[in-house]
Design a protein around this ligand. Structure first.
Ligand SMILES: *Cc1c(COP(=O)(O)O)cnc(C)c1O
Length: 370
């Protein structure tokens, strides 16, 4: 059986270091907002080339807190609109509605699965305050396109980097930078299955905006800069010391993880040639870190059962588009044809840093024989 993702095996590679880091936290006697979180924040800010990084409880909270901070700072207010792709994971959209802001869904580019800058302008109204772009499946959005619209219309740009840690974007001037510093603020998830995964929940915000960073620092800690003095109606959303210690170990290996995933993707892209299968479109090899390898086919259910019958596990990311979820009845009668088409056809096949060459080769053969 080739499992979709074998987390135990991924973490086993680093087990000596992880256990040492774990012991260090236990022995420190300090478990919330201590040295490990402070050091991880420095290291991750350096990695993303941002001035600030703030650890929080999870990826959803990272996005919630960015928007909450903008509300506290008077940049936006309840009822304002935030543009978000119509085919993202639901958390990107929940972060907007959680703040009493209105998500405005914009269709993705059918090939890259990411926001299509050409379709954004027509969705902007007088109430629009931000674009929340998602680097879906690990591929960076067309940030030059998004930033130029944002600049023209005075909008904030927020990156949802939950699937794209370390992805490199090269702008039209030829400068390459990692996701997390390509907009005004970014939210990361360190859920165990993400490319940089903790051993439990975790998340972070990166930004160059010092005012925003200071506000988030208070908001994640009951709205308090100073103990027992509450400036905002904040939340409790902190990265645990133990998870920060795990992430410090795994951050060292993130670039290896990415290189290994890119090699698997390259093998799939070169090897799979079944005309019933559409392969993912890659515009720049460095701009995709392959959190998921997503193929499209009109015979998804049949292909998934065939793979399973041959001991290969595949998954669908995602089976129901956000506008058809019961949680968002307000969109019940709306249609987003590109998004619906994507949700009907996508299938994710195994990709990770520990899948073997032979396993990849056998998956390629299986798919070509389908
Ligand atoms: C995983 C994910 C999130 C949420 O992160 P959690 O840590 O699970 O809260 C948000 N956006 C996207 C695109 C994700 O994949």
């Amino acid at each position: 059986m080739i499992p979709f993702l074998d987390l135990k095996k991924i973490n086993a590679q680093y087990q000596t270091e992880l256990k040492e880091a774990c012991a260090r936290v236990i022995d420190s006697g300090w478990y919330v907002l201590g040295n490990e979180v402070a050091e991880f924040e420095k290291e991750f800010a350096t990695y993303c080339e941002t001035k600030h990084c703030l650890g929080v409880a999870n990826g959803l909270d990272a996005l919630v807190l960015i928007l909450r901070a903008y509300i506290e700072l008077g940049v936006m207010k309840k009822g304002d609109e935030v543009i978000v792709p119509s085919n993202t994971y639901i958390a990107s959209i929940l972060a907007i509605s959680e703040n009493g802001l209105t998500p405005v869904l914009v269709e993705p580019d059918i090939n890259t699965f990411n926001l299509d800058p050409k379709l954004i302008e027509q969705a902007i109204s007088a109430k629009t305050k931000a674009i929340l772009t998602v680097h879906l499946y690990g591929q960076v959005t067309d940030m030059d396109g998004i930033n130029s619209i944002a600049q023209k219309r005075n909008l904030k740009v927020i990156e949802d980097c939950a699937q794209a840690h370390g992805a490199l974007y090269t702008n039209t001037e030829g400068q390459s930078r990692r996701v997390g510093c390509l907009g005004d603020a970014a939210g990361f998830s360190f859920y165990p299955g993400k490319n940089l995964g903790a051993l439990g929940d975790g998340g972070a915000i990166t930004t160059n905006d010092t005012e925003l960073a200071n506000t988030v620092a208070a908001l994640r800690n009951y709205g308090s800069h100073e103990k027992y003095k509450n400036q905002y109606k904040g939340m409790n959303s902190r990265l645990d010391e133990i998870q920060a210690a795990m992430l410090r170990v795994k951050l060292h290996y993130l670039d290896n993880e990415i290189t290994a995933r890119q090699a698997v993707a390259k093998a799939y892209l070169q090897g799979i040639n079944n005309p019933l299968i559409e392969l993912p479109v890659v515009e720049d090899v460095n701009a995709h870190v392959w959190h998921l390898f997503v193929i499209k086919t009109s015979q998804r259910e049949k292909l998934a059962s065939y793979l399973m019958a041959n001991c290969v596990q595949s998954l669908v990311h995602y089976p129901i588009p956000p506008h058809q979820q019961s949680a968002y009845k307000e969109w019940e009668n709306e249609s987003f044809p590109i998004s619906e088409h994507i949700h009907e056809q996508v299938l994710s096949i195994p990709i990770s840093s520990i899948i073997s060459k032979d396993e990849v080769e056998s998956i390629i053969q299986l798919i070509n024989n389908y």
